[in-house]
Design a protein around this ligand. Structure first.
Ligand code: SPV
Ligand code: MG
Length: 431
């Protein structure tokens, strides 16, 4: 008997899936692949149920004869193992970034005379409603909060992009690229104090108050599902920090990063050009301990940011502080540098990893931007934050348009560089 293979990436079976199974049945025995969590996350879908639950769900669906795990987005391995006569899929993969998957399947099955069957994709009101419900569930604080810890176990390195508004949140949420035969997207979002302040035309000196910073979180949360890492600056006074930990946790934020500076905070990229004071190890450890004590879930992370390299206090100081902060309960360490080579950060990571193989390491390669994610991961880095690039790319584009309109007394000269408003609107979900 011939075999028809279908891969499932879903947590809920709806009539669209049943239709595909029924169509597949016409071609032979139906083998259903269930995409692994790791692959699913890479695919831009976060599971709302466990892998075993998804296996059981597909197994119990009428029409499915056999269930197997599909470990990769690409079908190569599964095709090599099963040699299915038919690969059946919704026609949605004929367009968009998933086209690359179909192209590769097409090449693979040609090798032994297999065939792709594209089934017109069902996208009616019921299906749309189910999709929306899954997305809403993913956006709920209790689901979103734990997602950073989950992606840390699933991705070789977690990539976070700076966001400071609903629309930048949507860019981080929805940008998917196909490059070199693989799909990629961001895993998390970083709400930078620098860019949040800049968007409000204010300096990055903890001037924008927490109520306003929390408003930004809400704005981003309303339209996205990815985990949020919040830039908590110095954390402020310990007596205030504990309240903010509770608020962030309640909002579904996954992590706060606080830096070991005290007094009037200045942006780290100024380094020693401006006066900046590092907190004592004792005080900062006390702040970390106080924060950990008040948090109510195991999901939330307090990440300690070591400013020793920024403030030119030396590698030993950076390492001593990092280990002390971990002892005090920090869930991860962020090491920052404003050098234009990654050397000191890599040296820190290697030395830290000699002593500590578990605590996640976070880096922000703004100035040492030639290093790749792969190289960072080789040195034990777990999270890479692209902290300000969206703001820095938008600002010159906006300033140029403003100058051109003033110069030509009309907008025509700028228009070729501008995105049609329909393309921008297409990012925005309608209810
Ligand atoms: C931010 O993005 O606000 C940061 C990173 O704290 S940096 O600007 O490099 O200090
Ligand atoms: Mg900051």
């Amino acid at each position: 008997m011939k075999t028809a293979y279908i891969c499932f990436t879903t947590d809920v079976i709806h009539e669209g899936h049943l239709n595909i199974i029924n169509e597949a049945k016409k071609y032979g025995k139906v083998i259903a692949g269930v995409l692994s969590n790791e692959a699913l996350v890479q695919f831009g879908r976060f599971p709302t149920i466990t892998f075993d639950e998804r296996m059981k769900l597909i197994q119990s669906t009428p029409g499915v004869d056999k269930v197997v795990e599909q470990k990769n987005i690409m079908y190569d391995e599964i095709i090599d193992t099963l040699h299915p006569d038919f690969i059946v899929h919704g026609s949605d993969w004929l367009a968009g970034p998933t086209r690359v998957i179909r192209d590769r399947v097409e090449k693979k099955v040609e090798e032994y005379g297999g065939q792709i069957i594209d089934i017109p994709y069902t996208y009616n009101e019921t299906v749309r409603h189910i999709d929306r419900k899954i997305k809403e569930k993913l956006a709920m604080p209790e689901f979103r909060r734990s997602r950073l810890q989950q992606v840390l176990t699933m991705r070789p390195i977690v990539k976070a992009l700076e966001v400071h508004s609903g629309i930048t949140g949507l860019i981080a949420e929805k940008t998917v690229v196909e490059h070199g035969g693989r799909l990629d997207q961001f895993d998390a979002m970083w709400i930078s104090s620098l860019c949040d302040s800049t968007a409000k035309g204010k300096p990055d000196i903890e001037l924008v108050d927490m109520t306003s910073r929390f408003r930004t979180i809400e704005e981003v949360s309303e339209v996205t599902t990815k985990p949020i890492i919040f830039d908590g600056d110095t954390g402020g006074m310990t007596e205030h920090f504990v309240y903010n930990v509770r608020s962030l946790e309640r909002m579904g934020v996954s992590a706060v990063i606080i830096e070991d500076k005290t007094g009037l905070k200045k942006n780290s990229l100024f380094g020693t050009d401006v006066e900046q004071t590092q907190d004592t190890i004792e005080n900062f450890c006390e702040k970390i301990r106080a924060g950990k004590k008040v948090q109510l879930t195991d999901d939330f992370m307090i990440i300690a940011r070591v400013e020793s390299l920024i403030l030119e206090k030396g590698m030993e100081d950076a390492l001593t502080r990092a280990h002390a902060y971990v002892q005090a309960g920090a869930d991860a360490i962020m090491i920052h540098s404003r050098k234009n080579t990654p050397d000191e950060v890599l040296e820190f990571c290697d030395k830290f990893r000699n002593e500590n193989r578990i605590t996640p390491l976070v880096v922000v390669p703004s100035s040492y931007n030639t290093i790749t994610e792969e190289e960072l991961a080789e040195h034990g880095v777990n999270i890479v934050i692209y902290a300000n690039q969206l703001t820095r790319s938008a600002f010159p584009a906006m300033a140029q348009t403003a100058r051109e309109i003033l110069m030509y007394h009309r907008a025509k000269e700028s228009d070729d560089r501008l995105m049609p408003i329909q393309n921008i609107i297409s990012l925005i979900d309608t209810l």
